[in-house]
Design a protein around this ligand. Structure first.
Ligand code: DQA
Length: 147
């Protein structure tokens, strides 16, 4: 059974009350429940971590080696700033899919650049909680085709 690490970056613990006009009303628990259901359909397993700290996310990426087959990540604002998270993903070389609730490309210019995209299999952005569901689906299918 494929084992996927789901990582949520800073401020995503506030989902449901954080800028609902941009991010909607779903909470992180709602998104985890959605992903648990999708994982069951795909016959995959997920483990989830949210952190507001860059180093904690980097440690989790390192710890995924040997434990997880792939990473689904919403790096939050670290998407646009973190060379260190990008290097961690490149370092462990685990297939990674980047997701965003909002469409980062139709928002402020500083959100248009992602340090993560070049080391990801792909990016899904703009579909609210469905971005995660679609991302998990795409990552699991990618891994199944590879093996
Ligand atoms: C986000 C988009 C980022 O620009 C922002 O900093 C976030 C959330 C999204 O899911 O739409 O924290 O990653």
């Amino acid at each position: 059974m494929l084992n996927i690490l789901v990582l949520h970056g800073p401020n995503l613990n506030l989902l449901g009350r954080r800028e609902p006009g941009v991010y909607g009303l779903a909470t992180l628990d709602d998104i985890t429940a959605l992903l648990e259901r999708e994982a069951q359909t795909l016959e995959a397993k997920i483990e989830t971590l949210q952190s507001n700290h860059e180093g904690v996310l980097i440690d989790a990426i390192h710890d995924a080696l040997g434990k997880h087959d792939g990473i689904l990540i919403n790096p939050g604002a670290y998407t646009h700033t973190s060379v260190a998270i990008r290097d961690a993903i490149a370092g462990v070389n685990l297939p990674t899919v980047e997701v965003h609730l909002s469409n980062i490309h139709r928002r402020e210019p500083f959100r248009h650049h992602s340090y993560i995209a070049p080391v990801a299999v792909g990016q899904i952005s703009g579909f609210g909680p469905d971005s995660y569901r679609l991302g998990l689906y795409a990552l699991v299918n990618y891994l199944k085709q590879k093996s």
